[in-house]
Design a protein around this ligand. Structure first.
Ligand code: MF3
Ligand code: CO
Length: 250
């Protein structure tokens, strides 16, 4: 499949989907607290998406059962919301949400502390992961390569003593949730497809506190760190424009 470039009008539509994703994430973030279940977050997100006139992007996609992915502590991505998963003091939870509005997709993720009792090293994991996303976004420029994005993320994460996940990657996005190209959070500068005006990338570093290895639980979705260490995830959709990177999910 070729990489699809979007017109300015299409990017505008994607900004609308992106705004909705952000509103949903803000609403869900406000609910995160000890004693809340990940299914509580799911229900709030589903209602909010409906209220804003959009459709969830993940539910039914490859048979995924929910509108959110909620990944707690050592869960990296694709945690399935559950009535049984109660958030506790000191936990972190990654919240990933996608919507489609008028045929165009938006996709973003945040990782938040459940309360004020995070260990300083886990606080650093969240800070570094979010900052690594912006290092990647900074490279989303006409004439750069996809590898420039991944290399910037990887260099920053590893310089801070953490590791990037290899088995899950970012992606192009537009009239489908997952389009070409794949956008790894690792790589070499100058390698991979060249970025052109109108490409839209979902850049989504997944950063492990310990080793980079992963495994998938028997639910066939939840990806966890192989060593049981905590993992964080932040994601934005970013358009490559002649004026530089434009974040669509804010
Ligand atoms: N943001 C994730 C991704 O882009 C979430 C996908 S969950 C799925 O891959 F169910 F939709 F696959
Ligand atoms: Co994504």
């Amino acid at each position: 499949m070729p990489i699809v470039c979007k017109s300015a009008a299409e990017i505008d539509k994607m900004r609308q989907s992106g705004h909705i994703v952000r509103e949903v994430l803000d609403a869900v973030r406000a609910l995160v607290a000890p004693g809340v279940t990940t299914m509580d977050l799911e229900r709030a997100a589903e209602q909010k998406i409906k209220d804003l006139g959009a459709k969830p992007a993940f539910k039914g996609y490859y048979d995924y059962p929910c509108v959110l992915c909620t990944s707690v502590n050592d869960e990296i991505v694709h945690g399935i919301p559950s009535e049984k998963r109660e958030l506790k003091a000191g936990d972190i939870v990654s919240i990933d949400c996608g919507v489609v509005l008028d045929g165009y997709y938006g996709d973003a993720a945040i990782t938040v502390p459940v309360d004020g009792s995070l260990k300083p090293e886990i606080e650093k994991l969240l800070k570094v992961t979010e900052a690594s996303l912006y290092k990647g976004i900074e490279q989303a420029r006409v004439g750069n390569a996809v590898g420039d994005v991944g290399a910037a993320v990887q260099e920053y994460v590893e310089a801070n003593g953490f590791s990037v996940v290899r088995e899950f990657v970012g992606h192009g996005i537009g009239t489908k949730l997952h389009e070409e190209p794949q956008v790894p959070n690792y790589g070499a500068r100058g390698q991979g497809p060249r970025l052109r005006e109108g490409m839209v990338l979902a850049i989504e570093p997944m950063v492990n506190f310990g080793e980079p290895g992963t495994r998938v639980l028997s639910d066939k979705w939840t990806a966890v760190t192989a060593d049981g260490s905590c993992s964080a995830h932040f994601e934005h959709c970013v358009a490559v424009t002649r004026d530089g990177p434009m974040i669509l999910t804010q």
